[in-house]
Design a protein around this ligand. Structure first.
Ligand SMILES: C[S@@+](CC[C@H](N)C(=O)[O-])C[C@H]1O[C@@H](n2cnc3c(N)ncnc32)[C@H](O)[C@@H]1O
Length: 301
């Protein structure tokens, strides 16, 4: 629904064909901006669950799905703050002061302010942090306005209506929704080898526990990942179905030989390459169909 670090919008076209069509319940365990849900023509199904551990994001999705008109009107109130660096810092500090607490939701003003913060920052950076400052370029339409326009689009309104919102740790969520008719799409934060436990991050032990849990679910799941050493031991290719997709990134995360010129600079028009994984506990050949994607039919920017 909006640009988000790690969002799967650009990847939805190759991931969607692997999604089953016969699940009764669809669960995005690490919701973020929930791009697979918006992009897939196979969704919604009977029950569609958004979950994120970040209560601000859960609040945004709860407000958008419970009363999109009220959410749109609340966003209008904050148009006057686009480009106002002082207001940005005031809202940012307000959001971070309650981050990690159990604040009351839905809160429409808080949701609109949080979206203003999420969207009026430099898109090439590290996302919203407690020290981020406002980015606003008068030559471009503010992303906050583009987000607000989604409330006029039937496609979004229809999908919003079908959402159930959760705000819990991924493990509790999987326990709550696991059944043979559930399909989990699992897109955890980037695997950081160096961190076993950190205050806020999803550390190495969290990844290992998540994988252990997934191995014992009744439901089907598809897990988005990058390679790391333990992965093939934990989810052996003989038992799970692996799909490897070579993709291109604009953010230069990985230096590729052919992306660099002799003078050591990044060649123009060349994007570094990396391999994305989709690991499944079901046979994708039973569900594979050509991409069933709404991108060509709708403006989904
Ligand atoms: C890679 S992003 C998901 C992006 C999403 N697929 C999309 O298309 O926008 C991972 C998300 O997991 C959330 N998260 C981190 N730790 C979590 C946890 N323990 N349980 C549930 N969600 C968590 C983060 O807040 C973040 O929004």
């Amino acid at each position: 629904m909006f640009p988000y670090i790690g969002g799967k919008k650009q990847h939805s076209k190759w991931i969607d064909p692997f999604f089953p069509e016969d699940a009764n319940t669809y669960v995005e365990v690490f919701g973020g901006a929930m791009w697979m849900y918006w992009m897939s023509g196979k969704l919604p199904v009977d029950k569609n669950v958004y979950n994120d551990f970040n209560r601000h994001l859960a609040n945004v999705f709860l407000c958008c799905s419970s009363d999109p008109v009220k959410m749109e009107q609340t966003c209008f109130k904050y148009y006057q703050d686009i480009g106002n660096g002082d207001k940005f810092i005031e809202y940012r500090d307000e959001a971070f002061a309650i981050y990690g607490t159990n604040f009351a939701i839905p809160d429409y003003d808080l949701a609109a302010k949080y979206m203003l913060l999420q969207l009026q920052i430099f898109s090439g950076g590290n996302g919203l942090t407690a020290t981020t400052k406002m980015y606003h370029n008068e030559n471009y339409k503010p992303k906050f306005k583009t987000f607000t326009e989604k409330f006029q689009q039937v496609r979004y309104l229809d999908k919003l209506k079908h959402l159930t919102i959760e705000n819990m740790d991924c493990r509790d969520l999987i326990r709550k929704y696991d059944s043979k008719d559930t399909f989990f799409y699992v897109d955890p934060p980037y695997y950081k080898l160096e961190s076993y436990y950190t205050e806020d991050d999803f550390g190495k032990m969290d990844h290992l526990e998540l994988i252990d849990m997934l191995k014992n679910t009744k439901g089907r799941w598809a897990l988005s990942y990058y390679h790391f050493d333990e992965l093939e031991t934990m989810l052996p290719k003989t038992k799970y179905h692996w799909h490897e997709e070579v993709t291109y990134t604009n953010n230069g995360l990985k230096k590729q030989e052919n992306a660099w010129r002799k003078d050591g600079k990044l060649g123009t028009g060349v994007r570094p390459e990396r391999t994305e994984l989709l690991i499944m506990n079901y046979d994708p050949n039973e569900v594979l169909k050509p991409a069933n994607n709404f991108e060509e039919l709708f403006d989904v920017g």
